[in-house]
Design a protein around this ligand. Structure first.
Ligand SMILES: [Zn+2]
Length: 282
């Protein structure tokens, strides 16, 4: 499927960068769609999707095109704020957007980079995304422990088949609730665990950007995906991610990062395996 929007010159604009000396976000927070304490949701200034249009796919020769019907918003709070209140606002926006029967797939993403305002791009798509039900797999991982970093009300673990080195998931430890139906205490626990996981992963990848994605499902989860380099030509040609960081070694490394007992020199240890790790997407 390809999503097309004739309002774009080329492709969807990234979230705006604040002009030097000012904060675009703090100024934009004056006119929110929704406010909850010091956290706001606003329309994306250059939305990748809009509410106007026909969401039905146009299919020709086996391939589908769609008009970019959907919703695209920004959710953010104060500078250096915690993740949990932002997740609560994302839950509120998903619940509200689900009332539009044309909207079927929900997500949120933000890129963590030095000096960048913690702003989530929240989106709703006119088609369902692959249904995600990681509960059984999560329970097995919690018993097995080899890839688990933290296990309390929230579980933090390394993905079994990581698409990128140090791909880390944080999800509720119990039950199968979607984000909107999760107990506020659970949303809080996942948010705090994400903040801790992000600190560990950022140290492990020496400050490279980390993408955070909220994935709808039963239960919902947050994926942390370091962006160390773009896909190689072989990855592009095969459509399969390849790298040499085994999740078991990465888990061991991240546990040590949390304890503060590992220096930068030991960062090569998870890379010492010659094995290529790959996963099927989605
Ligand atoms: Zn600001």
């Amino acid at each position: 499927v390809v999503l097309l929007n004739d309002a774009w010159l080329d492709r969807p604009a990234p979230a705006p960068e604040p002009p030097e000396g000012t904060c675009w976000y703090c100024a934009a927070s004056a006119a929110p769609i929704r406010r909850r304490g010091n956290v706001v949701a606003i329309p994306h200034p250059e939305p990748a999707m809009g509410v106007e249009g026909d969401p039905r796919p146009i299919v020709l020769a086996g391939a589908a095109r769609r008009q970019a019907v959907g919703a695209h918003e920004l959710v953010f709070g104060p500078h250096d704020g915690e993740t949990a209140p932002l997740l609560a606002m994302i839950a509120e926006r998903w619940a509200d957007l689900r009332r539009d029967v044309r909207l079927r797939g929900f997500g949120a993403v933000r890129r963590q980079a030095l000096g960048r305002h913690a702003a989530w791009q929240v989106f709703a798509l006119p088609y369902e995304r692959t249904e995600s039900a990681p509960a059984g797999w999560r329970d097995a991982e919690r018993l097995h422990k080899e890839r688990v970093i933290e296990d309390d009300a929230a579980t933090t673990l390394l993905a079994w088949a990581p698409r990128v080195p140090f791909e880390t998931w944080v999800l509720p430890s119990f039950g199968t609730s979607r984000l909107e139906r999760s107990d506020p205490a659970v949303v809080d626990a996942v948010g705090s665990a994400v903040d801790r996981a992000l600190a560990r992963v950022s140290r492990a990848v020496a400050g490279s950007p980390v993408d955070l994605c909220v994935v709808d499902g039963e239960p919902w989860r947050i994926e942390l995906l370091p962006r160390l380099a773009g896909p190689s030509a072989v990855e592009a040609a095969t459509g399969v991610p390849m790298h040499g960081v085994l999740p078991e070694a990465a888990a061991e490394h991240l546990r040590a990062e949390g304890a503060g007992s590992v220096g930068r020199q030991s960062q090569s240890s998870p890379n010492s395996s010659a094995a290529d790790f790959s996963s099927t997407r989605g």
